[in-house]
Design a protein around this ligand. Structure first.
Ligand SMILES: C[S@@+](CC[C@H](N)C(=O)[O-])C[C@H]1O[C@@H](n2cnc3c(N)ncnc32)[C@H](O)[C@@H]1O
Length: 211
């Protein structure tokens, strides 16, 4: 879910190797373009078209760090319904969570134990009511054996979409959503004693995966 490649650009500037994946070929092209600048670094950044729900090109326990940024349901539609598997085509939070759960399982599989997976995700509104999408997704990560290490709130003001929502917010009397959640999860070590971190996880989630 590399989008226009912001994370990969940061990888390059920080001399870190990086692999970006996005289901949309336009995003892949945008990322390649964004990465095409002169900067002396021994590191390497690559970007592929692919689906987060199937990371079969990557071996188990092979990735050092995952930074991901999914669509927030269909708040912004990246392919206008034209690309099958694009999570931004989904309108139902339940269906969104079911699909992203497949990606969560894949991210868990490829991440090295005791390493981190960070996901930036925001909430949305439907029928003038708050939809806590980030909380639903958090729950899915915990149910799938990740442990919550940090929650960082990213404030955001004056973004492109604020103007579009402002009139409706005034008319229908609701607040603009001006924050996103950056959840940082840790994959437990094999046979790790989890009692110390039991309040940051769902015990049955870990039981079902960590043997
Ligand atoms: C919020 S944007 C990412 C923005 C990114 N942080 C950037 O720097 O532009 C979400 C991205 O997820 C991609 N996406 C949606 N469904 C996907 C899937 N099943 N697998 C991989 N990428 C997907 C979309 O094409 C879109 O580019």
């Amino acid at each position: 879910m590399a989008g226009s490649g912001t994370t990969l650009v940061e990888c390059k500037l920080l001399h870190r190797n990086g692999i970006g994946i996005d289901i949309n070929p336009n995003a892949v092209q945008l990322s390649k373009k964004a990465l095409n600048f002169e900067f002396e670094t021994p590191s390497n950044q690559e970007v592929y078209q692919g689906d987060v729900r199937n990371l079969s090109q990557f071996a188990d326990n092979s990735i050092d760090l995952i930074c991901t940024h999914p669509p927030y349901l269909n708040l912004v539609t990246y392919s206008n319904g034209k690309i099958e598997g694009d999570l931004s085509n989904i309108t139902s939070p339940q269906k969104f969570c079911d699909e992203i759960e497949l990606g969560i399982n894949e991210m868990f599989r490829v991440l090295k134990p005791d390493h981190f997976c960070a996901i930036l995700i925001g909430d949305t509104r439907k029928a003038q009511h708050y939809v806590p999408l980030s909380h639903f997704v958090l729950q899915k990560f915990l149910q799938n054996a990740f442990i919550l290490k940090e929650e960082i709130i990213k404030g955001q003001h004056n973004c492109t979409f604020s103007k579009r929502w402002l009139t409706r917010a005034k008319e229908y009397k609701f607040y603009l959503i001006m924050h996103e959640h950056l959840f940082v999860f840790r994959k437990p070590r094999t046979r790790e004693n989890l009692s110390r971190v039991r309040w940051s996880m769902i015990p049955e989630g870990a039981d079902s995966v960590v043997k």
